[in-house]
Design a protein around this ligand. Structure first.
Ligand code: GL4
Length: 829
């Protein structure tokens, strides 16, 4: 179904398309043509949306020639590719990145200005594709940006959710979720390819049969199917003429499916069937670090990997030699969501391509590698065999056989150790019989990696201990990174310009060169320039929040920012206790307002819609904000700001303005964090625990420029073993007691003690994430922050050093590590 290849006769058709001229006039012409022919309007009658769509399509034209060329080259040279399988790609807005990649920023500015249009208005029109929850999805987007920039062939495979992460609003301080209708005003960045639709089967049963060669085989007799429709997105490298592909799948009803029902005359039933099929990619599960366990979720997972594997074979293995697959691709499993790809590839190789099981298994093991992104035991995905067997009966059979053979190996290696075999089984028996997807990924993957040094160590020591003992060489670490194109160059043009003035060009694709800024930390003039940029970024943020949320951010405050998903382990409540405590001390006269450093506390966080405590925490933050912000006693020193709907777009304005980055998870719980890197790179100082990548940030920027606090991971484990009673911390620390009591008293809930009672009780009698145990250390360290901030010069020095020493956290470096340790792929050319 790729379509006939034919010999074009027109000379123009022989050469690939060329990009429009890189000039203001060329750009204007192209833009007006788009406006007239695609949008079908004249400039004078066009809306902002018409103009935005036409601008996006114009920029697209500059990329497509390179894209087609790149894809052809990958096919012709049979280069080994990375197949990045991810249920989430949290891309953020595309326009700015595309303009940067094509070096069209100035030209587009001038071109639009000459048409009487302010490009900023059009940029603001773009709705970001929120096809992810948080760090995991954003990481995937950073990785594909880096691979394109490094010229490494990669195809990202994922899901084109019709509704991405919900739009968060607050009603009376409580989170209300609204659908994210990101597609309604047009989606100029995607190329749909209905002719490449792939059929995906579900349900039914398996049966044994004797094949024509006399071999006894299993086959799947599915009960229903849907179509996977691909939408391509260009992934441009930074000014290098490389463009990779992101292919997202959308579910549609198959013709055969509804036609038969139509023929039977049941129109309503036919339409219902269509809706049923399309439901598969309707909505992103707004769950982060907690698996949903819902049937539709498994359907999504199988749907996109089945499409992707079929697609890869059809498009890149043109000679049909599936044995060459390991030379052509390594599929990276972004957490366990795509792990059903393992039995799917086995099924394709054994049932369809008729390879022997052993050979198929050897191929499969070479084609996959697995990244684990969490340590929370409750976040590790398991699928009940009941559900899996019902939806994917053949896959369950295959998983059983993989497990049988694996356990036979384990038993041979450790005779008389049945306990070990049971612990390592891919099939869990309690509380129900279920497939442990992380174990399946570990058994099948050529490599298993964690996402920061501490996390990888804990994976080896705890979560996957038996496996790391059995296959020590399988385990490795790759510390996460972030793309400096989006999170420094686009988000912080002022700082980027200062860096370029100081170091020349080239640093943006070689971020370790930021180290050359070190000496400038001692340069008063450079520091002054840095401080001016920070102030300008704060002004930019102030204007945005005023327009976006109608909140006023005071001038001259220390800007303290905590932005990330709302989760107990991340401990927004610890931050909140600090604020309440300061407030309580000031209003009771224990602390004089002019003793505290004026601060604005900014939160940004979405809670999973079904996560009660998280939603109550949001309510409490908003309620504290309401009281604190209107109390004249703290008017000039404390302000709490919680803009709703934190997303990539808001992050791009918030992070460059921050002075202090809050990375305060309980040690051992945050696998890596990536926001922590973005803040450091933009010159915020971190207050943080020894957790995730904080450990590496602190090592690199130095203890003098990082505010460490709290229990270490081994201390957490010890305290847990000894028996943690949060109540004791409450009883023994009057400051903590006063803060909690104030919340419990109903002070922030109009006198109603019931509203936040569950939250307070949870902290007092459970406190799984030891917020109370770390309170003392946290507030003492915050006092050090205040004192240090009083010395503006010292603070600026530290901020500059944070920038200079964060080059390691470029996702380009992460990609090099994946290539060296896991993928062994090479750049094109
Ligand atoms: C996460 C981790 O929680 C986060 O620490 C990490 O930075 C990110 C990318 O590796 O992956 N895991 C899940 S689940 N969601 C995340 O954001």
């Amino acid at each position: 179904h790729v379509g006939p290849s034919f010999q074009p006769t027109h000379p123009l058709a022989l050469a690939p398309v060329t990009a429009p001229p890189h000039s203001v006039d060329g750009f204007v012409r192209e833009f007006l043509r788009e406006l007239n022919t695609s949008a079908g309007v004249t400039l004078s009658r066009s809306t902002v949306n018409d103009q935005y769509l036409s601008l996006a399509r114009t920029v697209r034209h500059y990329l497509s020639a390179r894209w087609l060329e790149n894809t052809r080259k990958i096919r012709d040279t049979k280069a080994k590719m990375v197949g990045y399988l991810s249920a989430e790609f949290l891309l953020g807005r595309q326009l700015g990145n595309a303009l940067l990649a094509t070096d069209l920023e100035e030209i587009a500015d001038k071109a639009l200005a000459s048409c009487g249009i302010d490009i900023a208005t059009l940029r603001a029109q773009e709705v970001e594709p929120g096809l992810g929850n948080g760090g995991l999805g954003r990481l995937a987007a950073c990785f594909i940006d880096s691979l394109a920039t490094m010229g490494v062939p990669c195809i990202g495979y994922g899901i084109r959710y019709e509704y991405g992460i919900f739009r968060q609003t607050f009603v009376d301080g409580q989170q209300v979720e609204q659908p994210d209708t990101w597609l309604t005003l047009g989606s100029p960045w995607e190329f749909p390819h209905p002719e490449h639709a792939v059929q995906v089967d579900f349900g039914g049963h398996t049966e044994k049969y004797t094949d024509t060669d006399g071999v006894e085989r299993s086959r799947w007799v599915p009960a229903w199917n849907v179509l996977g429709m691909p939408f391509n997105y260009m992934v441009p490298g930074y000014q290098n003429g490389q463009v990779n592909t992101l292919r997202l799948w959308s579910a549609q009803a198959t013709k055969a499916f509804d036609l038969s029902i139509f023929n039977s005359g049941d129109y309503a039933e036919a339409v219902r069937a269509q809706t049923f099929a399309e439901n598969i990619t309707k909505v992103l599960y707004p769950e982060d670090s907690t698996p949903q366990g819902k049937e539709l979720r498994l359907q999504q997972q199988y749907f996109f990997v089945a499409c992707s594997i079929r697609d890869f074979l059809d498009r890149f293995i043109l000679d049909g030699d599936v044995r060459s697959l390991p030379d052509r691709v390594i599929f990276q499993l972004n957490d366990t969501h795509p792990v059903i790809a393992v039995p799917e590839l086995m099924r394709v190789l054994v049932d369809i391509e008729k390879l022997e099981w052993e050979e198929a298994w050897e191929i499969t093991k070479k084609c996959f590698a697995y990244t684990c992104h969490t340590l929370l035991p409750e976040a590790l995905e398991v699928w009940s065999t009941e559900l899996l067997g019902r939806l994917l009966p053949r896959h369950l059979e295959i998983i059983y056989r993989i497990n049988d053979e694996f356990l036979a190996e384990v038993r041979a290696a450790f005779p008389n150790d049945e306990m070990r075999a049971r612990q390592m089984s891919i099939i869990a028996e309690y509380p129900e019989r279920a497939v442990r997807m992380a174990y399946l990924a570990t058994v099948a993957g050529s490599k298993v990696n964690g996402v920061a040094e501490l996390h990888s160590q804990l994976l080896r020591d705890k979560v996957l201990h038996d496996f790391s003992e059995y296959w020590p060489e399988k385990f490795t670490n790759v510390t996460n990174g972030v793309t400096p194109r989006r999170f420094l160059r686009l988000a912080n043009p002022g700082l980027s310009e200062l860096i370029t003035e100081t170091l020349g060009t080239g640093w943006l694709t070689d971020l370790e060169r930021l180290a050359e800024l070190e000496p400038y930390a001692e340069d008063a003039e450079f520091r002054a320039a840095f401080v001016r940029i920070k102030a300008a970024n704060k002004t930019r943020l102030r204007r945005l929040l005023e327009a976006r949320d109608e909140v006023a951010v005071p001038d001259g405050h220390l800007l303290d920012v905590m932005v990330k998903r709302l989760h107990e382990y991340k401990r927004q409540s610890l931050k909140l206790l600090h604020i309440v405590s300061l407030y309580e001390q000031i209003v009771t006269g224990k602390l004089s307002a002019d003793e505290v450093t004026p601060r604005t506390f900014v939160f940004g966080a979405k809670a999973a819609p079904g996560y009660r405590i998280a939603k109550e925490t949001i309510h409490l933050i908003n309620s504290v904000a309401a009281v604190v912000n209107r109390d004249p006693l703290v008017k000039d020193v404390l302000k709490v700001v919680f803009p709703s709907n934190y997303n990539v777009t808001l992050a791009e304005t918030l992070i460059p303005a921050a002075d202090l980055s809050e990375q305060i998870s309980l040690a051992g719980k945050e696998a890596s964090g990536t926001g922590n890197m973005k803040f450091a790179l933009n010159g915020a100082l971190t207050i943080g625990t020894d957790d995730g990548a904080n450990v590496e940030i602190r090592k690199l920027v130095g203890d003098d420029h990082f505010f460490l606090f709290g229990l270490s991971e081994p201390e957490v484990t010890d305290l847990q073993t000894a028996g943690y009673r949060s109540h004791e911390f409450y009883e023994s620390d009057p400051q903590l007691k006063a803060a909690l009591d104030l919340i419990a008293s109903g002070h922030f809930s109009g006198g109603d003690r019931g509203v936040f009672e569950p939250l307070v009780s949870n902290l007092l009698y459970d406190d799984r994430f030891m917020a109370l145990a770390d309170f003392r250390s946290y507030v003492d360290t915050q006092a050090k922050v205040d004192a240090y901030y009083a010395d503006q010069d010292a603070w600026a020095r530290s901020a500059v050093l944070n920038v200079a020493r964060s080059g390691y956290f470029s996702s380009d470096r992460s990609m090099r590590d994946y290539i060296d340790r896991i993928w062994h792929t090479r750049p094109l050319r």
